[in-house]
Design a protein around this ligand. Structure first.
Ligand SMILES: C[S@@+](CC[C@H](N)C(=O)[O-])C[C@H]1O[C@@H](n2cnc3c(N)ncnc32)[C@H](O)[C@@H]1O
Length: 273
């Protein structure tokens, strides 16, 4: 197994273990951003063709998509077998909806130039090369098609649990290379789409208290794979640092996600694909 394959396998296992907690803790809290991402596609006059949802997780995007596009082929893709299982439960009863297990970093070439829309929420920042993936997702669009991607940038807030978590983490693990964030618009352009929106979307989020927030993040959220890899001593120390600096009681914050929307003009498919 290559290093990249091992990394993906670890990430997939982490999400497998997180599914139930993710669905109950994060899906309601992330719902406003899911609405932003899906609404950008619903609001557009997209052409005929499938709608792809890379990194669909438990597939919270699905209900609004099916309500708007009841006769479309809608395809979720996720790396985690556990997430795929839960997404298939949500998709049951919708014969035109499928969920595929696999790495969404590079889409199968059979999608190239075929899709009416690609919608992805909170998956891009987890991919090994997000800018390369975004180019592949854009290339899946047909003329008139729309891409709508919401993701967490490196800087989501100046204060709040996400900021504090990243501070206590950075004291132990250096930040990864975030230069890809500056290459995303070029990726979409290179694949033949024009940027329609590039903005930060802020919504309030409330946690019952800091300990619950830490528990959710490390057991049912994005830090689960790291927690598995580093073990309980590491997580105990991280929790101590976090709780030591966190406020008491319910904690409301206003994190910013970045929302990118891009369109391929009608009748146009670039030579660059
Ligand atoms: C934070 S969850 C978001 C799920 C859903 N879109 C939502 O808004 O709730 C991120 C998802 O991305 C998936 N993921 C991470 N890397 C992936 C990859 N390379 N290919 C496909 N899915 C991936 C994870 O398995 C996880 O289900």
């Amino acid at each position: 197994m290559s290093e990249r394959e091992e990394q993906l396998a670890r990430l997939a296992r982490g999400w497998d273990e997180a599914v139930t907690g993710y669905e109950s803790y994060y899906v309601p809290r992330f719902a406003p951003w899911v609405r932003d991402g899906v609404n950008a596609v619903i609001a557009a006059a997209i052409p005929e063709g499938p709608v792809l949802v890379p990194c669909c997780g438990t597939f919270p995007e699905l209900d609004a998509l099916v309500a708007q596009f009841p006769d479309r082929e809608i395809v979720g893709i996720d790396l985690s077998a556990g997430m795929v299982r839960r997404a298939r439960e949500r998709a049951a009863g919708h014969p035109r909806v499928r969920v595929v297990e696999g790495d969404a970093s590079t889409l199968d070439p059979r999608w190239t130039g075929r899709c009416a829309a690609v919608v992805s929420i909170f998956g891009l920042q987890q991919l090994p090369e997000p800018d390369v993936a975004l180019r592949s997702w854009t290339a899946a669009l047909r003329p008139g098609g729309r891409l709508s991607v919401v993701f967490w940038p490196s800087n989501t807030e100046s204060e709040g649990p996400f900021a504090l978590l990243s501070e206590v983490l950075r004291a132990r693990i250096p930040a990864g290379d975030q230069s890809w964030e500056h290459r995303l618009v070029d990726s979409m352009t290179a694949a033949g789409a024009a940027t329609a929106r590039d903005e930060l979307r802020t919504h309030p989020m409330t946690h019952p208290d800091a300990a619950t927030c830490f528990h959710a993040h490390t057991r049912s959220g994005p830090l689960r794979a790291l927690a598995d890899a580093r073990g309980s001593l590491f997580i105990d120390q991280l929790r101590n640092d976090f709780l030591h600096r966190a406020p008491a009681g319910p904690w409301t914050h206003h994190p910013r996600a970045r929302h990118l929307v891009a369109d391929v003009a009608d009748g146009v498919r670039p030579e660059t694909l």
